[in-house]
Design a protein around this ligand. Structure first.
Ligand SMILES: [Zn+2]
Length: 482
């Protein structure tokens, strides 16, 4: 079923008008509500473009997506410059996917805010796993389904819709400085991000950076993401034999690589399934209540299977490391013969806690693997990729402004959340703009299933997210002293 988003946008769950709405906020609220059908129609048009940024996919789609976004940005008519920009990928001649970059300077002592989102998407996976076509935006109930409907084309549209609302409320001649950066390859590792930052430093400079690419607590409660885990991924190859041998002839006397790999991988975990690698650190931060029942419901944990780890459930996801074997190269079950396997490779994906450097974590993992190799097996580690974790300083004025804006928009204050996943480019932003205050907001909710089949956006959450950002821009436009 393909719904018509223009006539089917939900009104359920929308926050009541706040008693505290100022005149300016009333104008913003009206503009957001009146603009919502157009905003959702524009979002649907973006979702129809299959802008997968991975190397195996046609770059023409990402280019078409950049063209569509730049047209929306130009139409705002508030920026001094609007460009499609590409930057080189370090270590080669390849150029990154096209980003949209726009800026206008601040006046009269107002701050400058940089708005970030990305217009590329994850591959859709298998079509048959989707209830409706991934690139045909479809409304079912309160939700808009489609690849990128939430992550992160809704983030792109949240920025555009909140600027439209600001223009409707105060006109185009406002004092707030604005920069807009809509990346084209976030889902492919932001490979040209560091170069892009260096080459466009002035256009990107902001006192406040809003990264609209994260989650809300639930459909009725907003969140500010204050902690993100980093990551270390690597390929581990274990070798024990120069060549395969008949398992009946020699099995029992020499170790095959699978045996060595199984024993080595087992040393990475404690009995409760938590990570047992010396040198991987955790941090101790308070976490909201989150029950085992909720964990079971959100993850589809099978009856009788217990969760792993220790400490509060959210601390296991937000502030402790996690280690997963995400792939294995070994003889397949169908083609298995009675052979002692000479070598086995696995991909190890580690999430590291906020507060630890990814280089330090990578050294700890590598040291563990080399020290625990059984039977003197040969251990080879390569293809290492790292991303830094992130911890927000929540004492800045921008966090206070964002909390107020969210509270007014949702009718309830935001929860500070950690996120188990990683947005490694934030570390690059912090490095290049150490004085900027970074706000990680989002349009997703726990049922959005970003990166998975049946990704969706809750349209009530989307409206409240747009309203929050419109209120934030309105507040910053009136703020002096920063
Ligand atoms: Zn994203």
């Amino acid at each position: 079923m393909t719904g018509n988003p223009q006539t089917n946008s939900p009104t359920t769950g929308s926050a009541a008008h706040s008693e505290a709405d100022s005149g300016a906020q009333n104008a913003l609220r009206t503009a957001v509500e009146q603009g919502l059908p157009t905003t959702i129609a524009d979002l649907c048009a973006l979702v129809r473009i299959p802008s997968v940024s991975w190397a195996a996919f046609d770059r023409a789609h990402v280019a078409a997506s950049a063209d569509a976004v730049v047209a929306l940005v130009r139409h705002l008519d508030v920026f001094e410059s609007v460009d499609i920009v590409q930057a080189g990928i370090p270590g080669g001649t390849e150029v990154g996917q096209p980003a949209i970059l726009a800026s206008r300077p601040a006046r009269n002592g107002r701050p400058t805010v940089l708005l970030y989102a990305h217009h590329d998407v994850q591959p859709p996976g298998k079509d048959e796993d989707w209830e409706s076509d991934p690139f045909t935006p479809t409304v079912r109930g309160d939700r808009l389904y489609g690849r990128g409907a939430a992550d992160d084309k809704a983030g792109v549209m949240a920025h555009i819709a909140s600027i439209r609302a600001l223009v409707a409320a105060v006109g185009r001649d406002f004092d707030l400085g604005l920069a807009l950066f809509i990346e084209g390859e976030e889902e492919f590792g932001s490979r040209s991000f560091a170069t892009f930052l260096n080459e466009n430093r002035e256009a990107l400079r902001g006192d406040v950076i809003v990264v609209a690419d994260s989650n809300n607590w639930d459909v009725n409660t907003p969140a500010i993401t204050t902690a993100l885990r980093g990551n270390v991924t690597l390929r581990l190859t274990v070798r024990t034999l120069e060549h395969a041998s008949h398992s009946g002839m020699f099995g029992g006397a020499i170790p095959d690589a699978m045996l060595a790999m199984i024993k080595l991988l087992a040393t990475l975990y404690g009995d409760d399934g938590s990570v047992a690698v010396a040198g991987l650190t955790s941090i101790d931060v308070p976490t909201p209540d989150y029950s085992e029942e909720q964990l079971r419901a959100e993850t589809g944990l099978l009856p009788g299977v217990s969760p792993i780890g220790h400490g509060s459930i959210l601390s296991r996801i937000w502030s402790q490391p996690a280690l997963t074997v995400t792939g294995i190269d070994a003889p397949s079950v169908d083609k298995a013969s009675n052979t002692l396997t000479p070598s086995v490779s696995v991909r190890i994906s580690t999430r590291i806690a906020p507060g630890q450097s990814s280089v330090e974590a990578a050294v700890a993992i590598e040291t563990h693997l080399r020290e625990h190799a059984p039977f003197g097996a040969s251990v080879e580690i390569d293809d290492i990729d790292t991303g830094e974790p992130f911890l927000v300083d929540t004492s800045g004025w921008a966090v206070t402004e964002a909390r107020t804006a969210m509270t007014d928009a949702w009718g309830t204050p935001p929860v500070d959340i950690g996120v188990g996943g990683s947005i490694p480019f934030i570390a690059d932003l912090v490095r290049v703009f150490p004085a900027a205050q970074i706000l990680v907001t989002g349009v997703e909710d726990p049922d959005s299933r970003a990166h998975s089949p049946n990704e969706s956006l809750h349209l009530g959450v989307f409206k409240r997210a747009v309203l929050s950002e419109a209120f934030l821009l309105g507040r910053l436009n009136e703020r002096t002293g920063h």
